[in-house]
Design a protein around this ligand. Structure first.
Ligand code: ADP
Length: 446
């Protein structure tokens, strides 16, 4: 059996996006800490290279503690520009110490500054990224000058690299020049790419908001129109019923067939108007606090089934109900709509003599509702579309000519009101199981 889980497409707001990147940066730092220990202890122990292990390990521990502190931070602080600077600055302080313990201006670790130039480009605006690159260069230059002047000791890796260059002014200048061009070049290239991406992202968010607004306007329009249409249509239907039942005089034989067809069409039109109304209002209107009640699911299922009794009998369907006494804080009419649509589909799309089963129970902190049938099943190509408005699978159209294709879209909107989720499993010509899970919580307080 295949499982389909309906998911939302959402564009992340920029703040959330930035928070995600900062958390990624924090995750990367765990790797960096591991790297500091691995790349100091392994060369020292395995290759016998003389490295000041104690000092380097202290730097590693410092970065580790800082990262533990960062990872406990929550909310808006993570997305502040000063916090990004603080992180980059903290890392560079750690890095400059490691550079010092591995040969200063001769150290191969100097290249690692480039990583943070790129990370700054991802997290920060271009100006801030150049500022951070300049800060790194100032730190490296200060270290080189202090070591060359003998103010602080020079601690080279004697086994591997020439260690007399640190006093050579042209070497220092040359190294600083190439580091500066590398940093600024990388900052320019990386910010050029990220700026384009950030601009696109901002455009996407604006476009998404505009689309949402237009969608809302469309739903409001549908709501108004269907509301206006419902009353006259209901009147037409009841007048037609009066005529059909002979209250306006005997209906001639020739007219009776036509009248029946008019009534069927009117009934479908009324169903469409009602579905459109439920669909638009389910999307637009979130239930109000005072509308919530303790809904007894067992009772609701019983009530809906009693309304569908004749349909079930008419198709000689075997019905099984396994319902626990569970309550859900919800709007009763919305729960009725969910049940009606799912059970009605199970009846509609199951041929005569088949079975329909309903299970309703509490599973952990959730109320689970399952509606299963031994009907048509949903063809593979239709599965990704069945929650779309007006979509109907070909096999469903063959069995049931009239259908609005709105039932599941209505159910999906309503399930969202309760932060629930709806999924289904289906096998062609064997049957379908729809499962709805509602988290148990007090929505009146949300
Ligand atoms: P409608 O029933 O009016 O066509 P729905 O939105 O309720 O609209 O369902 C959309 C489509 O999903 C149906 O047309 C059908 O193809 C498929 N479907 C829904 N429930 C079932 C089911 N229990 N068995 C088979 N197919 C189903």
């Amino acid at each position: 059996m295949e499982k389909h889980l309906e998911k939302d497409l959402r564009v992340l707001p920029l703040e959330k996006e930035l928070e995600g990147r900062v958390r990624w940066f924090i995750r990367l730092r765990w790797l960096a800490v591991l790297g500091i220990f691995a790349f100091s202890w392994i060369p020292a122990r395995v290759f016998g290279i003389s490295l000041p292990l104690f000092q380097i390990s202290c730097v590693g521990l410092g970065v580790l503690f800082l990262n533990i502190f960062y990872s406990f931070l929550r909310g808006p602080v993570l997305t502040k520009e000063w916090f990004a600077h603080l992180q980059v600055g903290g890392d560079w302080l750690g890095l400059i110490f490691i550079v010092h313990y591995t040969g200063g201006i001769e150290s191969p670790v100097l290249y690692y500054f480039i990583f943070h130039v790129i990370i700054s480009a991802v997290l920060l605006p271009r100006r801030a990224c150049f500022l951070d690159a300049t800060l790194a260069l100032i730190m490296i230059a200060c270290l080189a000058v202090l070591e060359a002047a003998g103010v602080i000791p020079h601690m080279p890796i004697k086994e591997f690299f020439p260690w007399y260059l640190y006093r050579h002014p042209w070497f220092i200048l040359g190294e600083l020049f190439f580091l500066a061009t590398t940093f600024y070049g990388a900052a320019y290239l990386a910010t050029s790419v990220t700026q384009i991406l950030k601009k696109r992202e901002a455009e996407l968010v604006v476009a998404h908001e505009r689309l949402q607004k237009m969608d809302r306007a469309k739903d409001e329009f549908v709501l108004k129109v269907t509301h206006e249409l419902r009353a006259p249509l209901s009147a037409i239907e009841s007048l037609l019923r009066t005529v059909e039942e002979g209250y306006a005089g005997q209906v001639p034989e020739a007219l009776s067939d036509i009248l029946g067809r008019i009534m069927r069409r009117t009934g479908f039109l009324l169903q469409l108007v009602n579905d459109l109304l439920d669909f638009a209002s389910g999307k637009l209107e979130k239930p109000k606090k005072e509308e919530y009640e303790e809904v007894n699911m067992e009772e609701s299922i019983k009530n809906i089934l009693s309304l569908m009794h004749s349909k079930i009998e008419g198709k000689r369907l075997k019905l099984s109900v396994d319902s626990e006494h569970v309550t859900l804080r919800a709007v009763p009419t919305e729960i009725d709509l969910i049940l009606t649509n799912l059970i009605d589909n199970a009846i509609k799309y199951t041929p005569e003599g088949g079975s329909v089963g309903i299970i309703n129970k509490r599973v952990g902190r959730q109320v689970m509702l399952e509606v299963r049938d031994t009907g048509l099943g949903i063809p593979e190509e239709a599965r990704p579309h069945i929650f779309e408005e007006f979509y109907r699978a070909e096999n469903a159209k063959t069995l049931e000519k009239e259908g609005t294709g709105l039932g599941l879209a209505i159910v999906r909107n309503l399930v969202r009101h309760y932060e629930g989720e709806i999924s289904f499993r289906s096998e062609l010509n064997k049957g379908t199981v729809f499962t709805v899970r509602f988290p148990i919580k007090d929505y009146s307080r949300t």
